[in-house]
Design a protein around this ligand. Sequence first.
Ligand code: ZN
Length: 555
Amino acid sequence: MLKRNNAFLAGAWLALSACANIAAPVDPAAVAAAAIVSGKLTEAARIEGDVAYLADDAREGREAGTRGYESAAHYVAARFAAIGLEPAGDDGWFQQVPLRAATPVLEAAAVSITDAGGETTTLTHLDDFRVFPSLDAASFDINAPAVFVGFGVYAPDAGHDDYEGLDLNGKIAVYFQGAPDFFDSEQRAHFGSGGAKSKEAAARGAIGTISLMNSERQQRTPWERFIANPSRISMTWVSPDGRADISGPGIRGSAVLHPDKAEMLFEGAARTYSEMLAEADEEGVAPSGFDLAVTVSMAGAISRRDVTSPNIAGVISGADPVLKHEYVVLTAHLDHTGVNQRLVDEGKDGLHNGAMDNALGVATMLEVANQLTQGEPPARSIIVLAVTAEEKGLLGADYFAHFPTVAKENIVANVNLDMPVMLHSFNDIVAFGAEHSSLGPIADAAVAAAGLKLSPDPFPQLGVFTRSDHYRFVEQGVPAVYLFPGFGNGGEEKFNQFMAEHYHKPSDDLSLPILYDDAARFADVNYRIALAIAQSPVRPFWNEGDFFGDLFAGE
Ligand SMILES: [Zn+2]
């Protein structure tokens, strides 16, 4: 919803960046609002009060690095204090995350394709392509031969190498998004992630990438939706030594091509785009790579700005003299996607309030924290962490996982909450990642004790395990689960409807009929799981031979 003056919103980013590196003063309004919600209320009313504050228009969509996010951060810190947590940031409640923000310069985006006969076709930005410059440089402009590399996956343990026999040095890698379907869903999500793919392309000397959508992707992300917010700011974090974290150093820019234009890349090559698309779509098949006959010019530019945005961290100290030095980290991202200026300019509601994504997840985590402070403290310590910049690539969680405020080796588990779609009265729970570690049986028992059942991943094709903050802990070797209300009792239909109509749209706002009594039940299940992990006599461990355990925690 948008009730504010547009010029005010447009100025928010500028106003913020001027003071972004100064420790933010306490926001008295946020503290006062937090005090009201911390008063004597039912669980459901507390969750509703938190969501109402965090998803209010005044938070301006809580984009990382904006003042809307800052006021949400102060609110969460005040709630942490009221709940009785101890500060666990490196600056009181806050861990400031240094971020490099890049705004695309839309006029600079260009792609043209020259065929073997020397004929050049210039494509139209947004109609035909989008470019994503590396955050390493202010602009890029490359011209190079293109090489088709199938899905661009390198999985030596599975005997799969899409780069075998191909020379990518100084060239542009062209690949289908995602990974072949013969990998199990989570490995598929890992190998198919943009980060993993640009890392592999960069390691072979490629200077640019072009990604294509197979039919499933085209359906999942219609082009119109893909280009809906072209000025969206992208970000990465900056390490204490001042270097920006880039997954594919050497890749100067990437482009995504409209499916109707993909054929041009294959002109004059050994095989056609239609053949490759058919293979990419076919079950159990992955297209093999070959040199293309075209050269591609790609250009783009960004305006860069360094800002900071805080994670908010509180801790419940463990009671056991030994286990208290081990930490279970609960996470929920506080940021959302901010303002879509294009919609605002068109006089439409361009404010992404993110009520479900993820005001509700943060509110649920706050209620879990509240319950954890009511009884005897658990054996292990529990860190409650609201993270920034999830929507920019899981950055706040990644920064904490790299530079935690406690000894890294003492972080034993992560439990994550992200967008618990609460539009049905759930009767089952999903714990993404449960099958990988000892956290699975712990969650299973805790869910059963609440009179519910733990269901398997309802949408394996989405690779959810790699798509939210918990995965940044997994990449540091920490077992994790991501909890979600199950699909039983009409949940599947409600979830699909939410994804189609409201996900990452301005309508994910307070007008959604969120079921707060069920949100309170969900918080209770989360509390039981978190407590069970913190009480478990054995440190959480990866299952023997687990793919992620071997990959990230292997000796
Ligand atoms: Zn989210």
